[in-house]
Design a protein around this ligand. Structure first.
Ligand code: FMN
Length: 210
């Protein structure tokens, strides 16, 4: 199946059937998220994969009681850095040097530029920037899930502070940004499953400047 066919197949399932998704599929979905591009390559987020049913039960009431939270197979929590710190920036630059096996002056200058710019900024502003990066990975995970024939419901309808508390994210310098329950649709219970996908026409989306 072509990518666009898969993206047409996917939808934000409102009901899932509890069936488990094979771990190799989950690994490929997570790998797609790991491969997402991010600003300066900082990957300023982590992904918490919740398989534990009790934790899912705790999250459901703080996520508008959406049934997919507990009826999914794996609940992914995209948690962004609460701010940019020198340690976090240095970690990614050092990792790059380690993996590539050389240091580059331009790259080191760029490191200094970020060190001089980011850590001093307001933590909220930094978190918002980090959360944007998390959304890029989130989007790739959604597309990868479709590619695997697995349903994924993008989910912003939750209380981030409550989820942070349940998962002790603030202690780790993280804040929940967005959730992605992954599983299989329950077509018999889902009012949305047979409805036509609605997207605005291309001409309302794209402006071409020749
Ligand atoms: C960031 C984001 C947050 C969303 N939050 C929710 C949510 O909390 N609950 C829900 O049922 N759908 C949620 N959706 C699903 C959207 O309503 C859905 O993607 C959109 O209407 C397009 O429909 P489709 O994904 O079925 O093609 C969310 C989607 C995105 C991208």
């Amino acid at each position: 199946m072509e990518l666009l066919e898969k993206l047409n197949w996917r939808y934000a399932a409102k009901a899932m059937n509890g069936e488990k998704v094979a771990e190799d599929k989950i690994e490929r979905i997570l790998e797609a998220a790991r491969l997402a591009p991010t600003s300066s390559g900082l990957q300023p987020f982590e992904i918490i994969v919740i398989k534990n049913q009790e934790i899912k039960e705790q999250i459901k009431p703080v996520a508008w009681n959406q049934s997919v939270i507990t009826d999914c197979s794996h609940l992914l929590v995209f948690a962004a850095w609460d701010t940019y710190t020198a340690d976090r920036i240095n970690y990614m630059f050092d990792l790059t040097n380690d993996i590539r096996g050389f240091k580059n002056e331009g790259w080191e200058n760029y490191r200094q530029m970020l060190l001089n710019a980011y850590p001093q900024k307001d933590a909220e502003e930094n978190f918002n920037h980090a959360a944007k990066q998390a959304y890029i990975a989130f989007s790739q995970a959604i597309a990868a899930a479709a590619f695997e024939g697995v349903d994924a419901t993008p989910l912003e309808g939750f209380d981030p502070a409550a989820v942070d508390k349940i998962l002790s994210l603030r202690e780790k310098g993280l804040r929940s940004a967005v959730l992605l329950p992954i599983g299989y649709r329950n077509a018999d219970e889902d009012w949305l499953v047979d409805l036509v996908k609605v997207r605005k026409p291309m001409e309302d989306l794209v402006t071409v400047i020749e």
